[in-house]
Design a protein around this ligand. Sequence first.
Ligand SMILES: [Zn+2]
Length: 194
Amino acid sequence: MKNLIKQEDLLIEFFKNNPNRDINHPEVVDWVTTQYKIRVGKVFRDPDRGIRKLAQSGFLIKVAKGVYKYDPSLVKQRELEDFTTAQKKIILKRDNYKCVICGRGIKDGVELHVDHIKPKDLGGKATIENGQTLCSQHNFLKKNFKQTETGKKMFIRLYELSKKEGNKELLDFCTKILEVFEENNINGHIIWKR
Ligand SMILES: [Zn+2]
């Protein structure tokens, strides 16, 4: 039976026993590695990864580098802000089971997601009005918007630099990539001047 303890469960146990306290990384790592050894008899692999995953999922708050906090009321609040299955059904139906950006749906072979228009992290609520249907591609692009924006800006800078330096190889490379951004209407608000 003891093998049923998952590494993640042990991390959760630690934080649940230490609510509302800033936890320095070594404290939790020492505890989970020792407990895992005692209870399971194995080495706890990569506790950092487990902690990061819990922070990404919203279970932990990252207070500072290597410092995390578990706030039960915030976790509960976040769960309340998830759409219920019933809400998702209403939103999908309202949007005619199509991505509101590209208009593709299940029959086009894409997976559909119900997205918070105003993100949960910014106080967006689980209301029908705050929901929209997105395909996997646009859901991903929205969630990683800052990264794709940074990417496009970076290739524009590189394009201009290669133009100035007369580096044709690099110029061709950047042109190809920026054309892909344009063809797929990604970050169209960032203007690339050829
Ligand atoms: Zn789409």
